[in-house]
Design a binder for this molecule. Structure first.
Ligand SMILES: Cc1ncc(COP(=O)(O)O)c(C=O)c1O
Length: 529
């Protein structure tokens, strides 16, 4: 089972930041704002009052009252406290899937969509992906086609992560009628109910007189910036709730009562407390839309809700490779589209409820990356064919498929550290002539330099040029100079050369031309830059 791509990116970002590297993180699916102080105080009060012991598996009476009140008031769902339970959204999803899957049943999950497949598999079920329409709306005919005798549930998520789409009421009504008539549950994930810019949120559970076909799952994570609290809730028919009750009793026993007390406070005051978050998200959405629409080579989706953009890019590389390149070259962390299902390939997700400065720098990194990629060797929008004709092509795993004839190495240091040219001269020469493989040598070099200068940044760039160009530039053995290097097709760490400035304390003598016969030396990306 694959790891969660958002968590994977978040861990990598944390790790890079811990090494003193600056990373602009547009990957994690959480708002940056602090949790409103009133909610924190409510939790504190509850702890001081002694709400620190076991409570009922499905939640305290107070929180269940607050949940039922909120879904009646804001979602139009006809629920009593006996129809609801407190638990984190993801946990509710896992528990509900356990309840409905029943030994090998199938569950329909959206493609592209959040990571529901993994939860279905963990519950012993079989995930079946259903494709969203080209504009990411619900395609009920596709759902009908995917439904079979073993289908137990259909997962819908609106507003949708990562597509930012808000489903229309009419589509949800059609889905509900289809599911009800077939005796299939609808699992409605409404984690982003408050993050909405166009249209209105509609809860499919409101179509029922009392919860039955629909299992509605909500979260406090995004609305109140409470991702670390693990607070959410589920609304379901009593039969499903009693199965969920068993699941909680035998896994968690219960959830922390002081968090439930804070959640009750938040839900009672939801309209007022979410208003500032909504305003800030709307402002950032405009910044993001304006920035992305100004980047050639990106096709931006409509952002109706959530705090994600999910643009399509034109470059001929897979989305995992693209995310790697963005992280390495621009220090911008994004989530590869393929992580959200096969239909997400060719896209990447950015999350925009970030610190504004981080967001702006991340967007600047994206702009720089695509400007450079689009210009390639001067012609904009180069596709596979034109790259082929240059006799160079990335193979999608980061290696070179066709041969190139010459490689150049270059090393320089950030302005932040004074580093004498001679310190690097010898190791670089050794690296170049070593039989061990250039990438291993350069990695060793980088590691030893970092040990000596843990807070500085050393960049080593590799460039490749075709032999013909080398000849034009002065023949074998002669260093082509920086301007020529920057025209070369970069394979390794373009960022290194791009960020090079004439006045940076560069070891000038370090620019070396060397011919590498062993193309495999470049078949693996360097780690650790
Ligand atoms: C669509 C969707 N559902 C559920 C979750 C999980 O939410 P929680 O943190 O409340 O468990 C997320 C988190 O990113 C999400 O995007």
């Amino acid at each position: 089972m694959p790891k969660s791509p958002t968590l994977e990116m978040m861990y990598r970002t944390i790790e890079m930041k811990s090494r003193g590297l600056e990373v602009y993180s547009l990957a994690p699916g959480e708002p940056y704002f602090p949790t409103p102080a009133e909610i924190v105080e409510a939790a504190h009060r509850a702890m001081v009052e002694g709400q620190t012991h076991y409570v009922e598996a499905l939640g305290t009476r107070a929180v269940r009252n607050a949940i039922a009140g909120k879904v009646r008031r804001l979602n139009g769902i006809h629920a009593e406290p006996g129809d609801v339970a407190f638990m984190p959204n993801k946990y509710a999803l896992a528990a509900a899937l356990q309840a409905v899957v029943n030994r090998g049943g199938e569950v329909l999950v959206p493609d592209p969509g959040y990571f529901y497949s993994e939860a279905v598999t963990l519950a012993g079920g079989r995930p079946i992906r259903y494709r969203l329409s080209d504009d990411f709306s619900l395609d009920i005919d596709e759902i009908r086609r995917r439904t079979g005798d073993r289908t137990r549930a259909i997962v819908v998520n609106t507003p949708s992560n990562p597509t930012a789409r808000v489903f229309e009421r009419s589509a949800l009504e059609e889905l509900y009628e289809f599911a009800r008539d077939r005796g299939i549950r609808v699992l409605s994930d409404e984690a982003y109910e408050d993050v909405i810019f166009e249209g209105a949120h509609f809860s499919v559970g409101s179509l029922e007189d009392s919860p039955d076909t629909v299992i509605s799952i909500f979260s406090l994570s995004k609305s109140f910036s409470m991702t670390g609290w693990r607070a959410g809730y589920v609304v379901a028919g009593r039969g499903i709730l009693s199965l969920i009750n068993k699941y909680v009793e035998h896994t968690m026993s219960c959830f922390p009562p002081f968090i439930q007390a804070a959640a009750a406070y938040a839900l009672d005051n939801q309209e007022r407390l979410v208003a500032p978050m909504k305003g800030e998200c709307a402002r950032r959405r405009k910044i993001v839309m304006d920035a992305l629409e100004g980047i050639d080579g990106l096709d931006v989706n409509r952002i109706e809700g959530t705090f994600y953009a999910f643009p399509r890019y034109g470059l001929q590389v897979g989305s995992v490779k693209l995310a790697e390149m963005l992280l390495r070259e621009q220090r911008v962390a994004v989530v590869p589209g393929i992580g959200f299902g096969p239909s997400g390939e060719g896209r990447f997700r950015i999350s925009f409820c970030q610190r504004e400065e981080e967001l702006l720098r991340g967007l600047e990194g994206l702009r720089a990356f695509f400007r450079r990629s689009n210009s390639g060797s001067s012609s904009r929008g180069r596709g596979r064919e034109s790259m082929d004709s240059d006799n160079m092509q990335m193979d999608g795993r980061g290696g070179l498929r066709r041969s190139v004839d010459a490689f150049y190495g270059c090393a320089y240091l950030d302005e932040s550290i004074a580093y004498r040219a001679s310190t690097l001269q010898r190791p670089l020469e050794r690296a170049v002539s070593a039989p061990r493989g250039l990438h291993v040598q350069l990695h060793d070099l980088w590691r030893s330099a970092r040990q000596r200068h843990p807070h500085g940044a050393l960049h080593i760039g590799i460039a490749a040029q075709r032999r013909q160009e080398c000849a034009e530039e002065g023949g074998a053995g002669e260093h082509p100079g920086l301007s020529e290097l920057s025209r070369a097709q970069f394979l390794g760490y373009p960022g290194a050369l791009r960020r090079k400035r004439a006045d940076a304390p560069v070891a000038r003598g370090l620019h070396q031309r060397f011919v590498v016969d062993d193309e495999a030396a470049f078949s693996q990306p360097f780690e650790g830059f």
